[in-house]
Write a protein that binds this ligand. Structure first.
Ligand code: ADP
Ligand code: MG
Length: 562
């Protein structure tokens, strides 16, 4: 057997470990949730791989997570019979290659003054394993990959380096042993561990086992050295498969937390069992708060796909459109083949149908909220509005529904809150007004103070104030709403009455020498200098031609190097 090798932790991981070791967090217990969740992922993977290679699983073996303690040595061990890791995978997965979330998590924690909630978010950032160093001063990972004979032992005190060596392990899977710090021995207590499991991992859909109480003698006293048996601590069944009316609000919420690492209650929970030609169950959650990585479009981990309770994949791409990527949940199909691949999913008609009904459920729920619970909806919009706007471009079939969900800041209000719907705008339009006016710009302050608004303010015409980066694309794809088109205040000419037009003509003659002169001087920079009726206070402003891109889009294109 080879000599143990020492490796340095990757720099960002070292910084993360430093935080774990040296800071005082009040929610250290979440390390157990992280380990159980890793075990659960590993078991899901083994089941999945065994679908194409039956030798990776034998029928007698119960797939489970087992938790044991050793009070004398102050160790806590979490074992699973999941997929396990090869030597190279251990090096890659723990210690040498930082995940994209590593740095972000370190920053989030540093910025939050060690706020406890941020530590509990660690799993969201893809670095949950390292939370073990909040409670342990030494950790060992012994693992054997399914389908192989050799095992690997990884050990570290979290201070800069880890060692790795070949090892022996009779069974497939992973055992993680935590040498608890002296002040963390509460994690040796059964009741404490059980409490944590109930709090965070109750709805992991596989059994979590711990040794039960010692057997009793004839007098009802525990036998000191009596053999204790392993008992399942959590409910261990798929929550979504249970009848709706038997599931409590708390159960839904703790299931949601297990999926999302979001400690807040979800905004909405949608649980449906569909029967008939195509049978499936969907349990979907709309979160209350946006996750840190909502802008990472590669992150498609919102929906878990199961086939008859077997976890198939995390890739939600085929189950939820991009603009609803914040939705979390589970879809469990009765009909799909167990060996379904991504390629099959791509073209599968049933999957398309499941996807479109799921989208419909979400949009209907949001429409309902927007109508009946405006405040709740406003909270949702403030978190997710920018992403929902992408839907107008992405999802043609649902364009009208999405359009009615849009909310904008407007000159009708005195602040920058985006709470005006297009319907509201239209209901306030003046009799002779033929377009929905908007202005785009970089910030609320910039658009609010724009000279382009002067004429509109004077005439009492409402203008939507659009400052999100996606807005320029949004207005170009919205088309007509109740036969009203959208029109930028910064483009082209405003319509005028006959008298206004005549007065303008007269002025134009009168001032032609001035405009001609300006045109001459500015010819290098502007296409045309002309008299305007759009200003009431400022002497001059820049306008884009009707057919040119707006100034804001021009700026965005420039930034993209075009
Ligand atoms: P994440 O779970 O988000 O990927 P973690 O830091 O919790 O991030 O785990 C890092 C990686 O280590 C996992 O992605 C997995 O590849 C590996 N790993 C951790 N625990 C186990 C385990 N019990 N069995 C197999 N692989 C594991
Ligand atoms: Mg994890």
């Amino acid at each position: 057997m080879s000599k143990p090798q020492t490796h340095a932790f990757q720099t960002e991981i070292s910084q993360l470990l430093d935080l774990m070791i040296n800071s005082l967090y009040s929610q250290k217990e979440i390390f157990l949730r992280e380990l159980i969740s890793n075990s659960s992922d590993a078991i899901d993977k083994r089941r999945f791989e065994a679908l194409t290679d039956a030798s990776l699983l034998n029928d007698e073996e119960e797939l489970a997570v087992t938790i044991t303690t050793d009070a004398d040595n102050k160790t806590l061990t979490i074992s699973d019979n999941g997929i396990g890791m090869s030597y190279d995978e251990v090096i890659e997965n723990i210690g040498t290659i930082a995940r994209s979330g590593t740095k972000k998590f370190v920053e989030a924690v540093k910025n939050s003054n060690k706020d406890q909630t941020d530590v509990s978010l660690i799993g969201q950032f893809g670095v949950g394993f390292y939370s073990v160093f909040m409670v342990a001063d030494r950790v060992s990972v012994l693992t054997r990959k399914a389908g192989t004979d050799s095992a690997t032992l990884w050990e570290s005190d979290g201070k800069g380096e880890f060692t790795i060596s070949e090892a022996d392990k009779p069974t497939i899977g992973t055992s993680i042993t935590l040498h608890l710090r002296d002040e963390e021995t509460e994690y040796l207590e059964d009741y404490r561990l059980k409490h944590i499991i109930h709090t965070y991992s109750e709805h992991i859909s596989l059994p979590i086992k711990m040794l039960g109480a010692a057997p009793l003698d004839d007098e009802g006293k525990p036998i000191e050295d009596g053999e204790r048996e392993f008992e399942t601590v959590n409910s261990g069944t798929a929550l979504w498969a249970r009848p709706k009316n038997e599931i409590t609000e708390e159960e839904y919420q703790s299931f949601y937390q297990g999926l999302s690492y979001d400690m807040q209650a979800p905004l909405s929970t949608l649980h449906h069992k569909v029967e008939g030609n195509m049978e499936y169950t969907s349990l979907l959650f709309i979160p209350s708060k946006a996750p840190f990585d909502m802008w990472n479009r590669d992150n498609k981990k919102g929906i878990k796909l199961y086939v008859r309770r077997v976890f198939i994949m995390d890739d939600a791409e085929h189950l939820m459109p991009n603009y609803l990527r914040f939705v979390k949940g589970v879809i469990d199909s009765q009909d799909l083949p167990l060996n379904v691949s991504r390629e099959i999913l791509q073209g599968d008609r049933d999957i398309q149908k499941i996807k479109s009904s799921s989208v419909k459920r979400i949009l209907d729920e949001l429409t309902k909220l927007a109508k009946n619970e405006t405040e709740k909806y406003q909270g949702f919009w403030n978190e997710f509005g920018q992403v929902i706007k992408e839907g107008v471009v992405e999802d043609h079939a649902n364009k009208d529904k999405i359009t009615s969900l849009l909310r904008f800041a407007s000159t009708h209000n005195s602040d920058d809150e985006q709470n005006v719907s297009l319907e509201q705008y239209i209901s306030r339009m003046q009799d002779d007004q033929d377009a929905i006016y908007y202005i785009t710009g970089e910030s609320y302050k910039a658009v609010k103070g724009s000279p382009h608004l002067e004429m509109f303010t004077k005439k009492g015409v409402e203008v939507l104030l659009l400052t999100d980066p996606v807005d320029e694309w949004l207005v170009n794809s919205l088309g007509e709403i109740q036969e009203k088109s959208l029109k930028s205040v910064a483009k082209g000419d405003l319509s005028m009455s006959e008298e206004e037009k005549q007065a303008q003509e007269a002025k134009k003659e009168e001032l032609s020498s001035v405009t001609d002169k300006l045109q001459e001087v500015l010819s290098e920079w502007v296409k045309e200098v002309r008299l305007t009726n759009r200003l009431t206070e400022s002497p001059a402003c820049l306008v884009a031609d009707e057919n040119d891109p707006g100034a804001n889009l021009e700026r965005i294109m420039k930034a993209m190097g075009q």
